[in-house]
Design a binder for this molecule. Structure first.
Ligand code: F6R
Length: 261
């Protein structure tokens, strides 16, 4: 695992967007794993700008989102399909037929999960997976005690997650209690993982995820097992990291990051 510390939220989001753009330019057929949430909005803004101003081409790439709420119509403003259409898909030249999210309205949710996994396989697996992290340490909606080898499935949301996302719905009682999410095992199979966390409220969970012991209580700790995982944080989210100076040195000195400095 590699940790990159950036001075602020804008710089951290910009770096993540530039890594995506780099990989997409290197492979126009990139299979891109996507996340939703407040943190990712800035990343998608950068990608839209790069598409409009720098001709970043999404026309051949395919996408798979991590998760979707159970029971919401795609047109529901709180569905993740709506989020993706709004923040990215309708603003770039992607072919909507190549964009995939689990169907939270499927009659048979179990079969939908199996089909989603099969679809990812049919596309040759995910090349680059974007990730956020929840306050309880989830990636996707892999809530505490998610098996480290779990696959796409329906997961009940924890009180912490309900509280985190309730403001979007106007209260916890109005939000779905379950979501379909890629499993931790599904995420670990992606060829590269890129996690972004910003703000003071993520400092404690980032320290646990990156420097703490691997535990299913914090699904993000499983990323320590991934051979190619980069965690990008801003200074606010880095305040609890013990080895922050070492991480800063890496970004300033390692040739891999030269183009991003
Ligand atoms: C959503 C997802 C979640 C979020 C996480 C952080 O697709 O995968 O794991 O990334 O809950 O959300 P924000 O960015 O709103 O703090």
């Amino acid at each position: 695992m590699e940790v990159i510390i950036q001075p602020n939220e804008a710089a951290a989001a910009s770096l993540v967007a530039r890594v995506v753009a780099h990989d997409l330019r290197a492979n126009p057929h990139l299979v891109l794993g996507l996340a939703t949430g407040r943190t990712m909005e800035a990343v998608y803004r950068h990608l839209v700008t790069m598409c409009l101003q720098d001709k970043l081409d999404f026309s051949l790439c395919s996408t798979f989102n991590l998760d979707e709420y159970v029971g919401l119509f795609p047109s529901d403003p709180n569905s993740y399909r709506h989020y993706m259409d709004h923040h990215l898909f309708r603003q770039v030249n992607i072919d909507l037929r190549n964009t995939h999210l689990p169907n939270g309205l499927a009659e048979n949710l179990e079969r939908e999960c199996v089909n989603y996994e099969a679809l990812i396989k049919r596309f040759g697996g995910i090349d680059l997976q974007l990730l956020g992290i929840g306050k309880a340490g989830h990636i996707g909606f892999n809530e505490p005690l998610s098996a480290l080898q779990s696959r796409t499935r329906v997961k009940a949301l924890t009180p912490t997650t309900l509280k985190q996302n309730a403001p979007f719905f106007g209260g916890e009682d109005k939000m779905p209690r379950r979501a379909i999410t890629m499993g931790v095992g599904t995420i670990l199979e992606c060829r590269r993982c890129l996690l972004l966390a910003t703000g003071q409220s993520k400092a404690e969970v980032i320290a646990q995820a990156v420097e703490g012991p691997i535990t299913s209580m914090i699904s993000a700790t499983a990323l320590q097992l991934h051979p190619r995982c980069t965690v990008v944080v801003d200074e606010a989210a880095a305040t609890r990291l013990q080895e922050a100076d070492y991480y800063r040195w890496i970004f300033q000195n390692e040739p891999e990051w030269e183009a991003y400095r």
